[in-house]
Design a binder for this molecule. Structure first.
Ligand code: HEC
Length: 491
């Protein structure tokens, strides 16, 4: 650009407004820096308002990307005589790019903070956005200057384009999966470019087990982009057996022996338009074969070590289901155990369809899922289940209308291993009466009025492995009894 005539004036004017723009942007840039340094992503979902605002990040982010990539085009084409006027627009384009990059980064932080993100991908993506802001303001400061600045300018411009590419790639990995660019790459191109299959999708379950060979690869292929090392939507990870069995923020998602009662199975078999359907966000649903394998695996006890009995590449559900599920069932013995409870169960199943069933074909233990009735299930209904109290091993009262008046009825279900009171009106009174439940392994008090006063009672449950206490007064308490410390799930 020549520094004479009218050009000089434009340049001078644009330099003044450039300086003003930089001044205006100092505060929000510092704000972004502070947010990144001191308020990194929490890894779990929350903060509805921040998430609402953050969801505009993907829309906003295209502006700075396009504008920054436009700058070298303007600079290069502007060198020709015919299009020399294009160069004059560079400061303006860079200015808008800078503004929108800053806005997109702040929106991105809103999304990352509470959107269930954590891990290196999201951190690098966030910092990438920050440095795009920094380097585009540098470009803005350098463009159109003389001397040393003029030599630095192309370098800064190249760096800003590199950064935009890097940040965009990380963003793509966050939304589409770590290997999103190579996942569907044709085999020949893969060979030419020496791209190997991503390790992100590799099984972590052991080579010869049914879980490792048949089940883990399904999760790896369809779920870990949102439930894996870099993102844990709903606090759930599906990249290892231990994490899978620990479950998500609402409790366990696999109930060994009971596929239909397992939240994970329920979600993959819903109609795809349903809100709870997994995989979410219009991802390819699991195939019938994959669903069949998962059902079979859960029904057979969701074992980590069960060997892979199948031979050959394709799934052969029928034979394995038969082998795993029905082997060694002594029906006469089962019938004997059930004799005491059969009649009462059938009667109550008529009154409460679908919420009561035997745990498996070989058992007289009963699963109760009152959450299906929601607020239609209240204290009187629970009282009516008394004839089954010695047989119920899993009871889900989530979102039902039960209150502390049901405490004695629950305390009488002495064989309970799993109890969910999520989002009910029960309080410390109920929890304090649960000390009779010496088999209890998993308890969800998510979203209840429980307070730290109930902790001593909980500490006495010797078999308790998981305590889901998100959104309660104890989720943030610091003085936890020692025995509860590594059992509590606070989200
Ligand atoms: C595109 C992102 C995405 C993918 C892919 C995905 N999920 Fe999810 N998943 C979510 C979100 C978001 C939630 C929380 C919202 C909700 O409960 O609906 C969730 C929640 C869940 C929950 C409930 C956890 C709890 O405690 O509330 C289960 C179970 C689950 N997913 C299983 C799966 C399985 C199995 C797959 C693979 C077949 C899968 N998801 C794939 C985004 C995803």
């Amino acid at each position: 650009m020549s520094v004479s005539g009218p050009d000089f004036t434009t340049l001078w004017v644009s330099r003044i407004s450039r300086n003003r723009l930089s001044l205006v942007l100092v505060a929000p840039t510092l704000l972004l820096l502070v947010l990144l340094l001191f308020f990194p992503p929490t890894g779990s979902e929350g903060g509805a308002l921040l998430q609402f605002i953050g969801r505009f990040h993907p829309i906003a982010v295209h502006l700075p990307i396009a504008l920054i990539l436009l700058v070298p085009v303007l600079e290069l084409v502007g060198r020709t005589q015919q299009f020399s006027y294009l160069q004059a627009s560079v400061p303006f384009v860079l200015g808008v790019a800078l503004l929108t990059a800053l806005a997109a980064s702040l929106l991105g932080w809103c999304l990352a903070r509470n959107g269930g993100y954590s891990g290196p991908l999201v951190t690098q993506h966030l910092w990438g956005g920050f440095f795009v802001v920094v380097i585009s303001s540098l470009c803005l400061g350098l463009c159109g200057r003389e001397g040393r600045a003029a030599r630095l300018y192309p370098i800064a411009l190249a760096a800003s384009i590199g950064l935009v590419g890097f940040t965009g790639y990380r963003g793509g990995q966050l939304s589409l999966g770590e290997d999103h660019l190579t996942e569907y790459m044709p085999g020949t191109l893969r060979k030419v470019l020496l791209v190997s299959r991503s390790s992100a999708g590799r099984a972590t379950g052991g080579a010869a087990t049914f879980y490792g060979v048949r089940i883990q690869p399904i999760f790896a292929g369809h779920c870990i982009s949102c439930h894996g090392p870099s993102k844990q939507r709903a606090g759930l990870r599906l990249d290892s057996y231990a994490a899978l069995m620990r479950g998500g923020k609402h409790g366990v998602v696999i109930k060994p022996g009971d596929a239909r009662g397992s939240d994970l199975f329920r979600r993959i078999t819903l109609p795809p338009s349903h809100d709870d359907f997994m995989p979410k966000e219009a991802k390819q649903p699991l195939s019938g074969d994959q669903i069949g394998l998962i059902e079979m695996w859960i029904a057979a006890g969701a074992s980590k070590t069960q060997p892979d009995l199948m031979t050959g590449p394709g799934p052969q559900p029928v034979t394995v289901a038969a082998e795993v599920r029905f082997a060694e069932i002594d029906y006469a013995a089962v019938a004997k155990k059930r004799a005491a409870v059969d009649a009462a169960l059938i009667e109550l199943q008529k009154r409460f369809p679908n919420i009561l069933e035997y745990e498996s074909r070989g058992s007289a233990d009963i699963l109760l899922n009152a959450s299906l009735l929601g607020p239609r299930f209240a204290d009187e209904d629970l009282a009516a289940l008394a004839p089954l109290q010695d047989h119920i091993v899993t009871a889900d009262f989530s979102r039902t209308a039960i209150t502390d008046r049901s405490a004695p009825a629950i305390a009488a279900m002495k064989r309970l291993r799993v109890l969910r009171l999520m989002d009910t009106k029960t309080s410390d009174v109920t929890v304090q009466s649960l000390t009779t439940l010496d088999q209890l392994e998993s308890l969800s008090v998510f979203g209840t009025k429980i307070t730290p006063a109930a902790l001593p009672a909980l500490a006495r449950l010797t078999k308790l492995q998981h305590l889901y206490a998100g959104e309660t007064a104890i989720s943030s308490t610091r003085s936890l009894p020692e025995s509860l410390k590594n059992k509590i799930v606070r989200e």
